[in-house]
Design a protein around this ligand. Sequence first.
Ligand code: AMP
Length: 442
Amino acid sequence: MTQMSSPFSKSVSFGEFFNPNPIMAQNNFSTHHGMVDILPEEAAKWQYLESLIRDVARSFHFEEIRTPILEQTELIARGIGALTDIVSKEMFAFSRGEDNYVLRPEGTAPVARAYIQHSLQQRGGTQNLFYIGPMFRAERPQKGRQRQFHQFGAEVLGSADPLADAEIIAFMMEVYKRIGVKNMVLKLNSVGDPESRAAYKTALQDYFRPFLSQLSEISQARFDKNPMRILDSKEPEDQHIKANAPKITDYLNEDCSNHFEKVKSHLDRLGITYILDPFLVRGLDYYTKTAFELTSSDLGGQDALGGGGRYDLLIEELGGKATPAVGFASGMERLLIVCEELGIELAKPKSVDVYIVTRGEVAQAWAMENIRTIRETGLSATMDLSGKSMKAQMKDADRKGARFAIIVGEDELQQGLVNFRVMADSTEESISFTDALAKLNT
Ligand code: AMP
């Protein structure tokens, strides 16, 4: 289970782990494979998307929850399922002392844990929660697939009603709608409950048994314990075999079938289009009844933008009182890829309102003190922090897209004046700082 050989997996001192020999010291550090820096130009787009997601959350009245990046390994193993790829192959896990830590691979099990730990049901009503944050899976990196990636997601905890399923799907779709993403397909299925699944599992095994030796190795391994996951297979040799497999929707009991019909009719009422995909099982074990996935043809190989479903058994599985719930999670990186492909322009880094250009130390000290006054009016303001020449400072002001420059030297200051420059038309006038402030705010 442990993926990472860690300095903390046994008790080692700092000196033992970090090579103290300067001749051997490493000098070219970079991010780990599959983990990327988000540099300022990109960060501006992230801020834009995050604030749009928060706006959607506000309009749906979902409250934010922030859980730790590290969780107990047992929580994730039990919550997601020991046989899933995530738990069996992709965990960044380590131990320290008696405790087993894992970098969270997804957000639902941690939210469920928090719900139980803090008895959130006592707040009354359903708990409608959302989150945005980094997740970690030791997958083979490729476009749209990283080892540290980010998800936004939402959960409704405490409702068994198909209304909650529809609300969760509506929340997810609203994010993409507001951004302007097109060419998406919402796939919908029901994966039933344990009763329906027991009947289906037998039917699937009966169907796959004659083909067992032709199935991929990974599907053969899933045949006994988890034959539904064979439907999830991307292995080429499995595709024609699974094409004629029995469909779960023919094995749903009355409760699951009614639930599914109601979810569909709510989505129809909301004008949310979907296709039924009877082989959609999703990679996590905790789903019951509704399962959905949103894909985009603009993504390439990793075509899932997001997905989710109902997980009525998870909270009980994790030691809480039986609590029906439904949620979704979407990838931020894949959303950014789709925006790029579609030419959807997200935010550019913000330019600065005011740049104070200084000549000499007295002016620098004045600027350091008075820049605060500009900032207090709500405008953004910056100044040179490295002792550059005035020419270089003017260039920097241009580069930062400053709307105004306030140019000061000791002589002007003695006369109580500053040079106020409107960058767009290069007009400049000598006025008092108070007048400059008034102009900035008109
Ligand atoms: P999952 O919970 O595995 O269905 O993931 C939900 C969404 O998170 C996916 O549809 C992707 O958009 C995104 N996602 C999952 N794994 C990764 C990854 N390794 N790298 C980037 N995005 C991911």
